[in-house]
Design a protein around this ligand. Structure first.
Ligand code: HPA
Length: 251
């Protein structure tokens, strides 16, 4: 059976224990190797595929992820929907640790990443429309599912895609805030654009792991991030179980 839904798991969601695993598929693509095998299984009565963005051992930093191979692999196996789970820092005041957020806009501050499928052997130069970077239909279902579970998720926000792997300076966060950004992560781009180039319905579920740099006194530690993600990812697991049956299987 062909999965219709894929989940890309980020920091804090390297494995999905709610997935009843049926097989692991190692794919190679014209763009190289994906982060790891695509895990096929069943969740919420649906055939679902799972891919750990940073690899099964969480060893790939954001700028080293082969985003093209990951998206190509998911496209190859025939999925329609892609739910991208990602840890973020909270810029807006209500983006506090543990909060779930569904971005509807993004600003891309990344550089030096392979960011398109449209570069070699083109019949003509191709520009995709990216006015709305996330799939409205999938965002709507995520919002409905979160409301049904009373998760108090933030339903509209702008995601800043930072280069990493270091965290931001306080001044960089102030700049992102002036640019209209509400949350900051390191993996949202080029992932979202590549999904659009392939015609996938892609939306993000962000989990606030920490207040962004300069928003609270002191340093941001990995221990703090990991601690906050534990509770946040519990909410994500419930959300996925709720939303997946709401997604149709047709392309
Ligand atoms: N900045 C960028 N990416 C992140 C952060 C952050 O503060 N927290 C988790 N991912």
């Amino acid at each position: 059976m062909t999965p219709s839904v894929a989940i890309i798991g980020g920091t804090g969601l390297t494995a999905l224990d709610t997935l009843k695993i049926t097989r692991r598929e190692t794919l190679s693509t014209p763009y190289g190797e994906p982060s790891g095998p695509v895990i096929h299984g069943e969740l919420g009565g649906r055939v679902v595929a799972f891919l750990a963005r940073h690899g099964p051992r969480h060893a790939l930093p954001p700028h080293r992820i082969n985003y093209r191979a990951n998206l190509w692999a998911l496209h190859r196996i025939g999925v329609k929907w892609v739910i991208a789970v990602a840890a973020v820092g909270g810029i807006r005041d209500d983006m506090t640790p543990g909060v779930l957020a569904f971005p509807d806009q993004l600003v891309d501050y990344t550089w030096g990443r392979c960011c398109t499928f449209f570069e070699d052997h083109l019949a003509q130069v191709t520009h995709i429309d990216f006015t709305e970077p996330y799939c409205g239909e999938l965002r709507e279902r995520l919002i409905q599912a979160a409301r049904a579970l009373n998760l108090g998720a933030r339903e509209s926000c702008a995601y800043a895609a930072a280069q990493g792997p270091r965290l931001e300076t306080a001044a960089e966060i102030r700049r992102m805030e002036r640019d209209g950004c509400d949350i900051v992560g390191m993996t949202g781009m080029p992932e979202a654009a590549l999904a659009r180039e392939l015609g996938l319905c892609y939306a993000a579920c962000a989990v606030v792991a920490n207040r962004a740099a300069g928003k609270v006194p002191g340093v941001i530690t990995m221990a703090e991030i990991e601690r906050n993600l534990v509770a946040g990812m519990d909410q994500v697991r419930s959300l996925l179980t709720q939303v997946i049956p709401m997604l149709d299987g047709e392309r």
